[in-house]
Design a protein around this ligand. Structure first.
Ligand code: ADP
Ligand code: ZN
Length: 661
């Protein structure tokens, strides 16, 4: 079939500068090159793009890529052009003249890859245009957008089924990082891909360290994470509400951490600008709602932090998956507390839609709670959720600092019986704060007002501190042994509560660890895993790496492109530690392909040969865009507002509950 220079592996080496395919890439590429249809499930960062880019380069004609990510097409095309691939795109951001030029290139066979927004394919004119050229394959990226149950449904995707009818002989490859069985099946049926071969990669992301910590003062905890482990590095902080996005971004900026907000309420131009800055500047933090992130292929996001609980394990996995696409060690950090449990349960109760819809939301949430409350390896539990098996990983908080479990049956009974007494003896409902005050025997104004000091359970809970009681309540709610009701998050019994009260069910609980120390993630790759490609830098190589980054930042600014379009961090690290002395040696570094070697090779060799500390050629003074870590810790004043309640949309009132029933 292919001539040697059209061998997939050869194209991988020459164009992309990589030595080997990863995971199932090779099988997928060979299958599509041979004309087969494919449905590919691969985690974010798994390397989906190469699965269609290489067949497009190997097969005759143009690879047509359908993608909903219009705002990112320019960057994707830039990145390909930097590799010497002839790529173009057609979408609504262009004027008629720009589109006409791309169409002419397509018709003349001057493109290897053409990116298209899905709404283009609804136009007969686009379809006829495609018929005038030669299509090598259709790649349908973010294929879960065709699934109506998914959260990213795009009606335009439904039109994609006609590709098969009009081009029966052109292979189609649909790709997604959404792993659930239901979505998978829906993609296959809606895109008429039932006969396609399915490829499912491991969903493990070994370079991501998963940590879920008890929420105390979330902003202060976040600051500790950013300063302590990720100073000057790019990260994403997810918050539930627009309001908390704004406030958190402001807080980080006040503390000397460069951050921009991103949410659906911002003006489209501001949003685009902030996204673009995040992609282009080194070491910027974006604070965002879940509106941010689909298709963001910035490879060097070093941490993803959640200040609020994601609604599902799928969401958590997708969002955390945006960290460490380059395979280098990264952190997924989530702060989780009683308020999250109360709030999420409440959001479901007040959500639109029928009971079945609410039940589905609740099931998603239960799985998320289970992940938070587990005493087992987080990674094993995540993989199990996606139907895959794993081994305790050594790179998550529960592996690094195994939490203890303890028998919480008696404390659980005390909480439940307090709720029962209020509900049945007094016909009253109260929130967590009041329940804990009663258990601890505190004669607060509210306790006196309602005469709760006369209850038989008053003061029976001295064995635990307030924080521990909150942890008990949180875990009871997470397991549906207790429910939350109404606008003020009042506690009520569930059907299962009776089993605990009647002594027929034990309640093992997780003891919240005092504080999990950050640990260096494991660097070794286990069997079947994608190796974390981190190169540990020696003290001599570190400044060289920084110089290379500064050179890259200057180069990127000059070209108006994101730095990673020039080289990834992983590539710069390898250059710094191998110190190649010739173009041939430089060409062996992973990520240095033919085109980039020709373009930047001399500049890099010059920079490496220059005496230490001398300004590298082409770099402006102060070119490093890396934000310096703030000099000193903030005063206690500055941190104190971390425990202020966040008013959340829609109308959520955090504890202590302002009223009662
Ligand atoms: P996805 O689209 O699945 O999230 P990408 O296609 O963006 O992932 O790939 C993630 C990163 O891994 C990119 O930086 C890409 O260049 C790199 N990559 C992909 N395949 C390989 C490979 N075989 N060898 C080395 N790096 C790879
Ligand atoms: Zn683990």
């Amino acid at each position: 079939m292919a001539t040697p220079e059209k061998e997939p592996l050869h194209v991988l080496n020459r164009v992309f500068g990589y030595d080997a395919f990863r995971g199932p890439q090779q099988e997928i590429v060979e299958h599509v090159v041979a004309g087969g249809d494919a449905l590919v499930l691969m985690p974010t960062g798994g390397g989906k793009s190469l699965c269609y880019q290489i067949p497009a380069l190997v097969r005759d004609g143009v690879g047509v890529v359908v993608s909903p990510l219009i705002a990112l097409m320019q960057d994707q095309v830039d990145a390909l052009r930097a590799l010497g691939v002839r790529a173009g795109y057609l979408n609504s951001t262009q004027d008629a003249e720009e589109r006409r030029l791309v169409e002419a290139e397509f018709a003349a066979g001057e493109l290897d890859l053409l990116y298209l927004a899905p709404e283009r394919l609804r136009l007969e004119s686009t379809l006829r245009m495609l018929e005038r050229g030669r299509v090598a394959l259709f790649a349908i990226d973010e294929a879960h957008c065709v699934a109506q149950w998914g959260h990213d449904f795009r009606p335009d995707y439904l039109a994609l089924s006609q590709l098969h009818e009009r081009w029966p002989d052109v292979p189609r490859i649909a790709l997604t990082a959404t792993a659930t069985e239901a979505t998978h099946a829906e993609i296959a049926s809606r895109l008429a891909l039932e006969d396609a071969r399915h490829f499912v990669a491991s969903f493990d992301r070994p370079n991501i360290q998963y940590r879920i910590v008890p929420k105390g003062e979330p902003k202060k905890q976040l600051l500790g994470l950013v300063r302590g482990e990720h100073a000057g590095e790019a990260g994403i902080v997810y918050c539930l509400s627009r309001n908390s996005v704004e406030r958190t971004a402001e807080f980080l900026n006040q503390q000397g951490v460069a951050a921009v907000p991103y949410h659906a309420g911002l003006d489209a131009r501001v949003r685009q600008e902030n996204q673009s800055r995040f992609l282009r500047e080194d070491g910027l933090v974006v604070v965002a709602t879940i509106a941010f992130g689909m298709g963001i292929d910035k490879p060097d996001v070093r941490f993803v932090a959640h200040l609020d609980l994601p609604k599902s394990v799928e969401g958590y996995y997708q969002e955390t998956g945006r960290a460490g696409r380059d395979g280098l060690p990264s952190t997924a950090w989530l702060a989780y507390g009683l308020q999250d449990v109360v709030q999420q349960r409440k959001l479901i109760d007040t959500s639109e839609g029928d009971d079945a819809h609410r039940r589905r939301l609740a099931a998603h949430l239960d799985a998320m709670f289970a992940l938070c409350e587990t005493v087992e390896c987080r990674r094993v539990q995540l993989l199990e959720y996606f139907g895959q098996r794993g081994e305790p990983c050594g790179n998550c908080d529960t592996c690094l600092t195994p939490p203890q479990s303890w028998d919480g049956t008696v404390p659980a009974q005390k909480v439940l019986s307090t709720v029962w007494r209020l509900q049945h003896e007094r016909r009253q409902k109260f929130g967590t704060g009041q329940i804990i005050d009663i258990l601890l025997g505190r004669t607060t104004a509210k306790v006196s007002q309602f005469g709760h000091d006369a209850l038989s359970v008053f003061g029976v809970g001295g064995e635990l501190a307030e924080a521990e009681w909150r942890s008990v309540v949180r875990q009871l709610i997470a397991r549906r042994l207790l429910a939350v009701e109404g606008d003020y998050g009042t506690l009520v019994l569930t059907e299962a509560s009776g089993e605990v009260l009647g002594g027929r069910r034990e309640v093992p609980l997780r003891r919240d660890p005092a504080r999990v120390k950050a640990a260096r993630p494991a660097r070794t790759a286990g069997p079947g895993r994608q190796a974390a490609a981190a190169v540990e830098l020696s003290p001599e190589a570190e400044p060289v790496f920084q110089e290379l980054r500064a050179w890259r930042a200057a180069e990127a600014r000059e070209q108006g492109k994101p730095p990673y379009v020039i080289f990834h961090d992983a590539t710069l690290r390898e250059i710094a530690s191998r110190a190649p002395a010739s173009l041939a040696e430089l060409g062996e570094v992973s990520g240095v392909g033919e085109n980039k070697l020709a373009r930047y090779g001399q500049a890099i060799l010059g920079l490496l040969a220059a005496p230490e500390g001398s300004a590298p050629a082409g770099s402006a003074p102060g070119a490093s865009a890396q934000a310096p870590p703030a000099p000193d810790g903030p005063g206690p004043q500055a941190l104190a507002w971390g425990d202020e309640p966040e008013p959340e949309e829609p109308g959520w009132e955090p504890e202590p509950e302002p009223e009662d029933g």
